[in-house]
Design a binder for this molecule. Structure first.
Ligand SMILES: Nc1ncnc2c1ncn2[C@@H]1O[C@H](COP(=O)(O)OP(=O)(O)OP(=O)(O)O)[C@@H](O)[C@H]1O
Ligand SMILES: [Mg+2]
Length: 263
């Protein structure tokens, strides 16, 4: 496979991510851990990508770099047309806050803080007045179907609802990309598909989604599958039969594991 040394400039369509010969090596005492070993790939605006691969294959390391939480040891990363490796810490923080939303397996909500306050958090650094922050957070919660739970604390919400609060928090800055690392790892199967339904709706609105999952059932909702092995890309394929989560949910009977929904 031919590899472009310099990522192609944006010509036809729009490239949101351009990665070239990207490596990440951690130093643990005297031992070098080669978490990523030379990745080259592009992601176009509006793609929905699932990243798979065995534990330790480098998926989270990759997501952390995509999300500007970490920087590569070698190679280049262009986010839109900005070379991330050249940014200062402040610039990295700014681009992360404005362009990227994160969703994690463990939700990462503040426990003594209501849903709406959790969602408002990323806006605290903005110049928006309190009233507008509240309004934006409200809209984000409505988008994920939680308009009637805004004053609940995380321990008063089901796992699926907590994850939806986390998605609302990821959306509140109108990001171009949502990065989700095992977002359904702690959820039962129906709730997982509900979360995928939300991601598919966001994707239809133009947000690029990159999601790590261990489960093929979950990856089926993405239109491109990238598989990692030992810090390298082992496979990168279009999934021509991506499933529609709304349709799958409609066909699914309410299962035994959904009692919490009835409560
Ligand atoms: N901060 C770190 N310091 C040293 N080594 C690390 C660090 N973070 C990750 N690694 C190592 O890098 C490799 C890739 O880890 P990574 O967390 O990216 O894997 P993963 O594919 O996300 O795995 P999982 O599916 O278990 O979440 C592993 O061998 C891991 O031990
Ligand atoms: Mg991981």
């Amino acid at each position: 496979m031919a590899e472009a040394i310099v990522p192609r400039p944006i010509e036809s369509g729009c490239r949101i991510i351009g990665i070239s010969h990207l490596s990440k090596t951690y130093l643990l005492g005297e031992v070098e851990v080669h978490a990523l070993r030379g990745l080259t790939l592009d992601v176009a605006c509006g793609e929905f990508v699932a990243i798979m691969g065995a534990s330790g294959s480098g998926k989270s390391t990759f997501m952390n770099i995509l999300g500007c939480l970490d920087i590569p040891t070698k190679g280049s990363y262009y986010l839109e047309d900005i070379e991330v490796g050249r940014l200062s810490r402040d610039e990295l923080a700014r681009i992360r806050n404005r362009r990227i939303g994160f969703v994690f397996q463990g939700f990462n909500l503040l426990s003594r803080t209501s849903a709406i306050e959790n969602v408002e958090l990323p806006l605290l650094y903005s110049a928006l007045p309190g009233k507008d922050r509240h309004q934006r957070a409200m809209e984000a919660l409505q988008k994920v179907g939680l308009g009637d739970r805004v004053h609940h604390y995380p321990n008063q919400l089901s796992g699926g609802q907590q994850q939806r609060v986390a998605i609302a928090r990821a959306l509140v800055n109108n990001p171009a990309i949502v990065l989700a690392d095992e977002p359904t790892g702690n959820l039962d199967s129906r709730t997982s598909i509900e979360i995928m339904d939300i991601f598919q709706q966001l994707n239809e609105q133009g947000i690029t989604i990159i999601l790590v999952t261990h489960e093929l059932d979950i990856a089926q909702f993405a239109r491109r599958h990238i598989t990692f092995r030992d810090g390298k890309i082992r496979a990168d394929r279009i999934n021509p039969n991506a499933r529609n989560a709304t349709e799958v949910l409609a066909e699914m009977p309410l299962g035994e594991d959904d009692e919490e929904d009835e409560a």
